[in-house]
Design a protein around this ligand. Structure first.
Ligand code: 5AD
Ligand code: FES
Length: 360
């Protein structure tokens, strides 16, 4: 059977909500060609249109600490990077970012940071509580790494609605090549399951084109996501940072990232799928291309401009020089060029709701 026809059959099955086997996912990933892309992207766009129309949800990203106790080999904020400029925002500064964001129309705040022991669990719970009190119509998303179930429960009780924790790669051996021995894939996955059980809307995800990644690793990622059924999935190309052990490694590509976004949209019709900053960094049109392949979320930065350049996960990060309002206006223009528009809403996940409906 010709390759394009074989890919079309796999895409048909995915669209009819059939999960593929590991080797079928691998064949689909390896089968990327212009014809396959055209077919896949058109279907992903149609599903996105059916589920979300032309709406693009916005999340205000507040990078509240660049300190991290971890030492992931790919990340510019790893603790061994003595050259990284470190900062912490105070609670007052965080609330100030939220207030500025609220005025611009943000109804979700994402508090993202390294695993920074200087913020105690109670500190973070207090920040969440205060945001929820001052902005009761907003969702709070936390993204600050691996913690115990008790800590996640504390934050949930404080009012946190969502949690982002990318699994990074779902293959054991590959995970070990990207992380020091102190970290484990098992714990990472356990954190995600704990978060789910606690009632968070959960986001997982992985880097595309990270060092040593092979097709089979990406197939592992897709199968793990199928098991987890997350509400959100964040993927972006790996980009080297000059002060890390991966400084000389090749970056991932926007082509493969966008292709995987489209596969994810077919697998999870209602999932929240951001076109990430990393995608906009590797390709100036990356976020627009992401939208055209099924993405429906963007996450502009609300961090104070003075600290933006210090939160460098990778080199040449986009949008570090723009005020939130400029970035938002720029994104709005970008989205409009491809027929989409930013919306003012919390943009909650519909996944759980649908799962509950199915149970009835
Ligand atoms: N390139 C691309 N993405 C990276 N991240 C961290 N370092 C890099 C890098 N060098 C991503 C990880 C992490 C998220 C906050 O940023 O996936 O989960
Ligand atoms: Fe941030 Fe364009 S999207 S400046």
């Amino acid at each position: 059977m010709c390759l394009v026809v074989r890919m079309k059959k796999l895409i048909d099955r995915l669209e009819r909500n059939h999960v593929l086997t590991h080797s079928e996912f691998a064949a689909l990933i390896d089968g990327q060609s212009q014809e396959t892309e055209a077919d896949l992207f058109a279907r992903a766009r149609a599903i996105r249109q059916r589920e979300y129309g032309t709406d693009v949800y916005i999340r205000g990203l507040i990078e509240f600490t660049s300190y991290c106790k971890n030492d992931c080999y790919y990340c510019g904020l790893r603790r061994s990077n003595a050259k990284a400029q470190r900062y912490r925002l105070t609670e007052e500064e965080i609330l100030h970012c939220c207030a500025a964001g609220w005025k611009l129309g943000f109804r979700t705040f994402v508090l993202q940071g390294g695993e920074d022991p200087a913020f105690s669990p109670e500190d973070i719970a207090g920040i969440v509580r205060h945001i929820k009190t001052q902005f009761p119509d907003c969702a709070v998303t936390l993204s600050c790494g691996e913690h115990s179930r008790a800590v996640y429960r504390l934050w949930r009780q404080a009012g946190a609605d969502r949690y982002l924790l990318r699994h990074e790669t779902a293959g054991e051996a590959h995970y070990r090549k990207l992380h020091p021995p102190a970290m484990s894939l098992e714990n990472r996955k356990q954190c995600l399951w704990n978060l789910k059980k606690l009632g968070y809307q959960v986001g997982a995800g992985f880097m595309v084109g990270s060092p040593w990644q092979r097709t089979e690793n990406l197939a592992d990622d897709l199968l793990f996501l199928h098991d987890l059924q997350p509400d959100m999935i964040g993927i972006g190309p790996f980009l080297p940072h000059h002060e890390t052990p991966f400084a000389q490694e090749a970056p991932g590509t926007s082509e493969q990232t966008v292709y995987l976004l489209a596969i994810l949209r077919l697998m999870f019709p209602a999932v929240l799928l951001p076109a990430t900053t990393a995608l906009g960094t590797i390709d100036p049109q990356g976020r627009e291309k992401g939208m055209l392949a099924g993405a429906n979320v963007v996450m502009p930065n609300l961090s104070p401009i003075a600290v933006r350049k210090k939160y460098l996960l990778y080199d040449n990060k986009a949008c570090t020089g723009e005020e939130a309002a400029e970035c938002l206006a720029c994104l709005n223009r970008r989205m409009q060029t491809v027929g989409y528009h930013l919306t003012v809403s919390r943009g909650d996940s519909r996944m759980r709701h649908e799962m509950e409906e199915n149970k009835k």
